[in-house]
Design a protein around this ligand. Structure first.
Ligand SMILES: *Cc1c(COP(=O)(O)O)cnc(C)c1O
Length: 465
């Protein structure tokens, strides 16, 4: 299988090249040249597989055939805190939580990144190469990426996080990893500033080549591929392909819900995709009125969704525009320069046939955490709560269609909000219980490309020596 860029100018690549490249050189995102589509019989044949085996089968459909996928998946999920890896918990007669937070950093990003770190090692070792991974995080991606890369031989990693905008648990999960190949930088700016710095480093061709830059943030296609299997697992468990299922996904960068869209594109009978947003509701405004206009990012109780420019939306846009790379590139350029994305009406209508958008403010989030606790005895983190509230508000009219909520973080990752809502302070699992005593290490730098590039260069040179 080959991959093309959403902006139509980059040469097609295979899975391993796309894994290492992250962003395409024309500024676009890689997508499969053709989507694999399974028949009902083929979906049925996947029922009952252990999660790692299912993941290997699904990811194998995307051309990752040069990698020992069965071994990689088995190792990646062996350390998870639940034997089902991604257990489904029933909340009411038709609503289920798909718990994606049993990995080492207690958030769904581990689902993909535990695989990616291992994929990088395999591909780089085969090629005798070394890379520098740079990434921006609003909290969870960074710690998950660092956990995935900390013991890898062929990888240096530099993670930018917005200073004072992550929870203390999130920051400590990153900054207490003292492995020599790991560097944390707190940027004096918001998450979009961090993300822009990463994109600018990739667009600086000489720097990119010198450092052999690579990405593991959610623009990396392999992340999307690695997120598709859990939607398949949940749908099969609830009766697909012989029964329709809906998903509700608390959304920031659009990566998680895009994987659900991909599962639908592959032929799983997914009736609707419900997008939950906090007050940073650009996607909900887009779906309501075709208004994709960026506003300043505002902090909320669900910081991993404090995002206004959802990078992965470009992959959906490319599909909505009939896979026209030139039109996608023009649309993205106008979004960047004018702050508003001009999506043609017909394309917007196609999006609204599948996606529904829901917005929940902080007060509503606390009320929803309280509601789930009193109604179902379920402790939801603030991100998951946005998803459960969205599921209730926008569930398909047909009550026979179950709604699966992506539960994206462990409640102990956001203990303050959970305690405010329920009076209960969820404890960290035993493996993280000394987190607050561990030594932290990170640099603080201004929102300035030259300063960041200098720090990345120094880090990579020290480790290559
Ligand atoms: C990253 C994250 C999200 C948002 O996922 P996207 O793929 O960026 O849409 C939601 N919840 C949690 C806990 C996260 O870490």
């Amino acid at each position: 299988m080959r991959y093309v860029s959403t902006r139509g100018q980059a040469a097609p690549r295979d899975f391993e090249a796309v894994l290492l490249a992250g962003l395409a050189e024309d500024g676009g995102l890689f997508v499969p040249e053709e989507w694999p589509v399974l028949t009902a019989a083929q979906w049925r044949a996947l029922r009952g597989l252990p999660y790692p085996a299912l993941a290997a089968r699904i990811i194998g459909l995307f051309g990752a055939t040069g990698l020992p996928l069965e071994t990689i998946c088995a190792e990646a999920y062996a350390g998870f805190g639940h034997p089902a890896v991604v257990p489904l918990v029933q909340l009411d007669h038709r609503t289920f939580a798909l718990e994606l937070f049993h990995g080492p950093t207690l958030a769904f990003k581990d689902m993909a990144l535990q695989l990616l770190g291992r994929m990088f090692d395999h591909v780089l070792e085969k090629r005798g190469e070394r890379v520098t991974i740079v990434g921006a995080t609003s909290g969870d991606t960074g710690s998950a990426a660092i956990e995935a890369c900390r013991d890898r031989r062929a990888v240096d990693i530099v993670i930018l996080h917005p200073e004072n905008r992550t929870s203390e648990v999130q920051r400590r999960q990153m900054t207490t990893v003292l492995a020599p190949n790991v560097k944390n930088i707190a940027v004096q700016g918001d998450f979009d500033a961090c993300q822009d710095l990463v994109k600018a480093m990739f667009n600086d061709a000489p720097f990119r080549a010198e450092m052999r830059l690579s990405a593991v943030n959610s623009i990396n296609w392999a992340r999307i591929a690695a997120q598709i299997p859990y939607y398949v697992a949940a749908a099969l468990a609830l009766g697909a392909p012989d029964r329709e299922v809906a998903f509700s996904v608390p959304t920031g960068n659009f990566g998680n819900v895009l994987a659900a869209w991909a599962a639908r594109r592959m032929g799983l009978p997914i009736s609707n995709l419900i997008i939950g947003s906090n007050r940073n509701d650009i996607l909900a405004r887009f779906l309501a009125s075709n208004d994709m206009s960026a506003k300043p990012v505002e902090p909320s109780l669900s910081p991993s969704m404090d995002i206004q420019v959802s990078s992965n939306f470009e992959r959906l846009l490319f599909e909505l525009l009939g896979r026209d790379g030139t039109a996608t590139a023009e649309t993205m350029t106008r979004f960047r320069t004018e702050g508003r994305m001009p999506v043609p009406d017909a394309a917007w209508r196609r999006a609204t046939e599948i996606f529904r958008g829901f917005t929940l403010d902080d007060a509503g989030t606390l009320a929803e955490i309280r509601h789930q606790w009193s109604a179902a005895g379920y402790l939801a983190d603030p991100h998951t709560a946005v998803g459960t509230a969205a599921a209730r508000a926008l569930a398909p009219a047909d009550p026979a269609v179950p709604v699966v909520v992506a539960a994206t973080a462990h409640p102990a990752k956001f203990p303050d909000a959970v305690e405010r809502a329920t009076g209960i302070r969820p404890p960290l699992p035993a493996r993280l219980s000394d987190l607050y005593e561990r030594e932290e290490r990170f640099g603080v730098l201004p929102n300035d490309l030259a300063a960041i590039e200098a720090a990345v260069r120094a880090h990579a040179l020290r480790n290559a020596a």
